[in-house]
Design a protein. Structure first.
Length: 247
């Protein structure tokens, strides 16, 4: 029988370079997982809300808990309108209830405030008469503003065309309440022209911490944010969950 030392030496001799590399890779996976866990715990402690993790100073938000309340069916699209654009899904996956972009007021306590916007491009001329978004509430003032905006020169949100204020938001981490803004008169939009749907805090909501849920389909597109100094086009990112309806 080999001694413990001899057995160890034999194991080292038969270990191929590939096996060594695999062991190193596995070790790094555990190290990275540990780093992510540590960072998540640190971020959670800053939010003061159990199960909510902020990343990049609140730019991205995760819910690590089970749904905060029973699943609520999403509101149906307004009757009689066509879908101009939608990244919403169905059932209990209308949007990603556990991930999204922070909508953060300047006095919430995060390193910086944030508003967010997602772009869409209609394939035909339309009259926008309704918009649906999936926004959840974490803490602070319970209200946000959702707007349809032109595309500014340079490819970021420009002039607001219509806006709605929403309050009594569903708890972040739950599904599938949608905020529905209607405008019967309608806003004309042009084919092959980029527009933006934006979510921001209100003037009173300086301590607001809300989350614009990511779309469940994983669709990406032009995404912009405002960190308190004006809109910035952040390139191609995960789009917030929304739909645009009209004639």
């Amino acid at each position: 029988m080999l001694s413990p030392q001899a057995a160890s030496d034999a194991a080292l001799r038969v270990a191929t370079p590939g096996a060594v590399r695999d062991m190193i890779k596995r070790s790094w996976v555990f190290v990275v997982m540990g780093m992510v866990t540590f960072a998540s715990v640190a971020a959670w402690s800053q939010t003061g809300k159990n199960g909510v993790v902020t990343i990049n100073g609140g730019r991205n938000v995760l819910s690590l808990q089970a749904p905060a309340q029973p699943m609520t069916p999403a509101a149906a699209p307004p009757a009689g309108l066509v879908t101009i654009y939608s990244n919403l899904s169905f059932g209990d996956h209308v949007y990603n209830a556990n991930a999204g972009s922070g909508i953060v007021g300047p006095n919430e306590g995060m390193p910086r405030p944030q508003w967010a916007a997602s772009a869409f491009t209609p394939t035909a001329d339309h009259l926008v008469q309704a918009i649906q978004v999936g926004v959840g509430y974490v803490q602070g003032t319970d209200e946000v503003i959702v707007s349809l905006q032109e595309d500014a020169k340079g490819g970021y949100p420009g002039k607001p065309l219509v806006w709605w204020k929403f309050s009594n938001l569903p708890t972040f981490g739950s599904c599938c309440v949608l905020q529905t803004g209607k405008f019967k008169k309608g806003i004309p939009i042009k084919a092959n022209t980029q527009y933006w749907v934006a979510v921001r805090t209100t003037a009173q909501g300086t301590d607001t911490f809300a989350v614009w849920n990511d779309n469940y389909k994983g669709l990406q597109g032009h995404w912009a944010n405002d960190l308190g100094t004006g809109w910035i086009n952040e390139g191609i990112q995960m789009l917030g969950a929304f739909a645009v309806y009209g004639q």
